[in-house]
Ligand binder design. Sequence first.
Ligand code: PHE
Length: 394
Amino acid sequence: MSLLNQTTSRKTSGLILAVSVLGLTLTLGLMSGCTKKSADAGNEILVGEYGSLSGSEATFGISTSEGVNLAFAEKNKAGGIKGKQIKLITLDNQGKPEEARAAVQRLVTQDRVVAVIGEVASSRTLAAAPVAQQYKVPMISPSSTNPKVTEVGDYIFRVCFIDPFQGLVMAKFAHQEIKKQRVAILRDVKSDYSTGLADVFSTEFKKMGGEIVADESYQAGETDFKAQLTQIKGKRPEAIFVPGYYTEVGLIARQARQLGMTVPLLGGDGWDSEKLSELGQDAIKGSYFSNHYTTESTDPVVIEFIKKYREAYKGKTPDGLAALGYDAAKILIEAMERAPEITPLAIRDEIAKTKNFTGVTGVISIDEKRNATKSAVVVQVDGKINRFVKTITP
Ligand code: PHE
């Protein structure tokens, strides 16, 4: 029996894993009353997760949840923590910041979870983190890279690198590796992630002597980017930096090609989705983005993870989100194991002490600002595969 079957049978009673496995869209309201209070949890440790299991960033939430579930299933199979099984309650926020906040409110005040994993997108973590901080329940974001996320307070952690580094990585890559001098930016103005990353890229690229020839904007949900792209085309850039999420990036790539622009697009981790090449088709082929891990790694830890994930999820190849979800869950597991008692405070203190954890996405040490310092990889889109190009260390 695979690990996944085990988790599925355990979790479906709470309706929760069914969400990610079956891809159903369940709203928070529908889920009410489906979970037990921790007081009745008996031999279980309740952990919460919130993410975009539906909406235009659905692959973010689904992949993350799959990674988290894999880690917990392995631990439960091995006997759990202090003799207790971990029970994960996953809520879908449909990609909306206000739903993200409501989800965490619910996890913390009704389900009384001892820790929360989430979110992926920085704007949603920023909306929800103050609730976890207020109720003093530790939260680990697997993948929110905006610096402000962990500044919310001492209960908020992340296991990924941050955008001041990611932006520098792509600026360096653009200037030194592919030798571009004139770059345009197209940013999502409503996204903390996108604007933060665009600003860092712009500053760093200019410091290197490069020129930002245009800085245009859009908002997630838009589907026609021709006006901005026409402006950009007029400035004859040699590359376009688009620090957005995959749904818009796929469309932007196609419209850029339709307007006759053949220059590469550059982006950040927000491109990481199996849907990117489906949406962008040939137009996105050859473009580059920075990411948290590469499936082409020869590191035995990565190879083993990919094998286990494929076994659990019908041969699916794990993206960076799945890898980060797995690492976040394992760091939480280790913290719970070390904690003298399973309370939010004791768990918080142990997460903060995480040093040299060997993760799938690299070696993770949590610093005094509750961030992780790690290397990044640059990959090149080649159909469904993202080819490894380079590792860049801090
Ligand atoms: N780093 C992005 C953010 O902070 C989220 C993301 C991470 C998206 C990893 C895809 C892959 O908003």
